[in-house]
Design a protein around this ligand. Structure first.
Ligand code: MRU
Length: 377
């Protein structure tokens, strides 16, 4: 296992940095990640030469966000295959690296199935490895296409729900090009509104404890010259009360068959606020995030993360070490409750927007129909 950090060359413009890419240097194939734990302070690449390095990158959130986790998982299987590691073992480790975003297991299984099929058909490990890589590349491309279609459907829905234009949209966590093969999910809709001249303001929740909103969404909004304002998660209530929010747009990590939505912790309170203030709460996610095998919200496994993420502020550049390597902000020994996600029940979700169109109202039947339509394509 040989991870290494490489600073971006000065000639690379921000807009050219992909969240992830496959490369084949003479030393052997690698998966190169933009290390999201270091953003926005530093843009550094994390080079994974095997699946175990990728598992670590997934756990540490160097690579994150549901659709991108699926793509990364698929490339991870390909990486194990082309480098001659045990593919089945790598697939199990990758699929289990984080439990909530169903896309991770879906992406891993897709590359694994392509590998198994090719191996059974040809008996040739090299051809099987190439089949896994082709599956990962296809998933990557499909996600970019899905992202563009979600942006189109999402903007059409926003325009329909808010005919006056000049949308003021609140978002939580990060759902842009850092989580996708394309421009993302919820963020891609806001970006489409911005490009159409119809985004008045993007309100960005900072998203404690790991600050995906402040570090990543603000970074992406700035990169795209959007009118955005950062707020602490606690300030959302008074923003709604002041009538400053026209719609909430969030992504999803898993959508159960009944329409329950698991997304970054803090999404559910926003849905409650939105309902109280008669503001649409819109979830944007690819069909791969809908999990027909998870019947309801209670069946979604919510990842519990280490307490030090709450009791310490982590800043990789600052060499002060608490248990998690960060600056302690609570008395030593403080226990913390740190679920990474929460679950919003379908009755609080105005619409789920996918690449196949929007579902509203959100019902099990409508979701099942959407998934069936998507399988026929
Ligand atoms: O813990 P993270 O940063 O991986 O959580 C990501 C989110 O919760 C996103 O909102 C979600 O993956 C949807 S983005 C398409």
């Amino acid at each position: 296992m040989a991870d290494q950090y490489a600073q971006f060359g000065e000639d690379k413009r921000l807009s050219e940095i992909p969240a992830l890419r496959w490369e084949e240097p003479p030393e052997g194939p690698v998966l190169v990640l933009l290390d999201q734990t270091r953003l926005p302070a530093e843009e550094v690449e994390l080079v994974c030469t095997d699946a175990s390095a990728l598992v670590e990158a997934i756990r540490s959130l160097a690579v994150r966000g549901a659709p991108l986790l699926g793509i990364a998982g698929a490339y991870g299987v390909a990486l194990a295959a082309v480098r001659g590691f045990d593919v089945e073992e790598a697939a199990t480790a990758l699929a289990g690296a984080r439990p909530t975003a169903v896309n991770l297991a879906v992406g891993v299984r897709r590359a694994q199935a392509a590998h198994r099929d090719a191996l059974a058909r040809t008996g040739d490990v090299r051809q099987a490895a190439q089949a896994a890589l082709a599956a990962a590349r296809t998933l990557h491309r499909e996600d970019a296409e899905a992202s563009a279609r979600m942006a189109g459907h999402g903007l059409a829905l926003l325009d329909e729900l808010l005919p006056g234009g000049g949308h003021r949209v609140l978002t939580h966590c990060n759902s842009g090009s850092l989580v996708s093969g394309g421009e993302g999910t919820a963020f891609a809709v806001a970006l489409a509104a911005h490009r159409a001249g119809r985004l008045r303001r993007l309100w960005v929740d900072e998203t404690r404890p790991l600050l995906q909103g402040a570090r990543l969404t603000a970074y992406e909004a700035a990169r795209n010259d959007m009118a955005y304002t950062l707020l602490t998660d606690n300030a959302a209530g008074s923003l709604f009360a002041a009538g400053e929010v026209d719609a909430v747009l969030v992504g999803a990590d898993r959508i159960a068959a009944d329409g329950s939505v698991a997304n970054k912790v803090g999404s559910y309170p926003l849905a409650v606020l939105a309902r109280y203030h008669h503001v649409p709460f819109i979830v944007v996610a690819p069909v791969t995030t809908v999990d027909p095998d998870t019947p309801d919200g209670a069946s979604i496994e919510v990842e519990q993360r280490p307490g030090y993420e709450v009791t310490e502020v982590t800043a990789p550049q600052v060499p002060v070490a608490g248990a998690g390597g960060g600056i302690p902000v609570a008395p030593l020994g403080t226990q913390a409750y740190n679920p990474a996600f929460d679950v919003t029940p379908p009755e609080l979700v105005t619409a789920i927007v996918t690449e196949e169109g929007a579902v509203s109202p959100v019902t099990a039947e409508a979701l099942a129909e959407l998934c069936a339509r998507s399988r026929q394509v």
